[in-house]
Design a protein around this ligand. Structure first.
Ligand SMILES: *Cc1c(COP(=O)(O)O)cnc(C)c1O
Length: 262
């Protein structure tokens, strides 16, 4: 696997063309291209239809397979106002997580041709992925697809509201980044490491996650998060992180302070 540097989580057909390797006696050739929509590391950014089509187009031209990691495909589709099927058109294989924005406790879907499904079933078995009671999991997935797709716009609206709240409070957030249900918060700009900030936030009753970027945390909005939660989180995050002058080394003893008013 070779990563290609993206812009907002997206790459151009030209980058793919240049990255393709022909097989030689000690180098394996490129066989497939994988893209992720929405793109986690970029902050839940959503690839638009025309750029997705361009990736599929270059794959067809170069004879490469095309896989869509659509763990958050429904978020991307909702963000662009198109059907998930439209954003998946032309890919050989597509995966979708039922356990993220769609709200299931567990489960994922692989969509592809019959030939690929046969191979995938065999690979799943070889990797110990057998599950005889999968109907229970599938039932939750069917429910989620029927009830939890249209409401994803609410998650996106709440993410924007959280980002605006934090921006108004003087925190380092990039409002343009908020295309779906993620808000990235640059805590390094407030003089903290991700670990330090996570500890302060946890003490204030808010859980964020670390991201792939050092000093940048990720807030995720999902179907269990209400408007009241957004207001609470906005205030709690702002008071836990704001006005912290950067420190070259060490950190004053402030643990426990942030949650005294909860
Ligand atoms: C979560 C995730 C996966 C794995 O999904 P499962 O539902 O655990 O199989 C794959 N790709 C991305 C981008 C993810 O975020």
């Amino acid at each position: 696997m070779r990563g290609i540097p993206g812009h907002r989580g997206r790459l151009s057909p030209e980058q793919i063309r240049q990255a393709v390797r022909r097989p030689s006696n000690h180098v394996s050739g490129t066989s497939a291209v994988v893209i992720e929509n929405t793109h986690n590391g970029a902050g839940g950014r959503a690839w638009p239809v025309d750029e997705v089509d361009a990736v599929v187009g270059i794959c067809r031209e170069l004879g490469l397979g095309a896989h869509l990691d659509g763990a958050r495909l429904v978020n991307a589709a909702v963000a662009h106002g198109v059907a998930p099927a439209r954003l998946s058109a032309g890919f050989d294989t597509v995966t979708l997580c039922l356990s993220k924005g769609l709200g299931c406790p567990v489960g994922a879907v692989l969509a592809c041709s019959e030939g690929h499904i046969e191979k995938a079933r065999r690979a799943k078995q070889l990797l110990g992925g057998a599950m005889r009671q999968s109907g229970i999991v599938a039932a939750a997935g069917v429910y989620a697809l029927e009830h939890n797709v249209d409401r994803i716009v609410e998650d996106h609206a709440r993410a924007v509201r959280l980002a605006v709240h934090l921006d108004d409070a003087g925190l380092h957030v990039d409002l343009e980044q908020v295309e779906t249900n993620f808000v990235l918060v640059d805590v390094a700009a407030h003089g903290m490491t991700s670990t330090q900030a996570l500890e302060r936030l946890a003490a204030s009753g808010v859980l964020l996650s670390a991201s792939v970027h050092p000093g940048v945390l990720r807030a995720v909005v999902h179907l269990d998060i209400t408007d009241a939660d957004i207001a609470f989180a906005g205030d709690a995050i702002a008071s836990a992180l704001r006005n912290q002058a950067p420190h070259a080394a060490g950190w004053p003893a402030i643990a426990g302070h942030a949650n005294t008013e909860m």
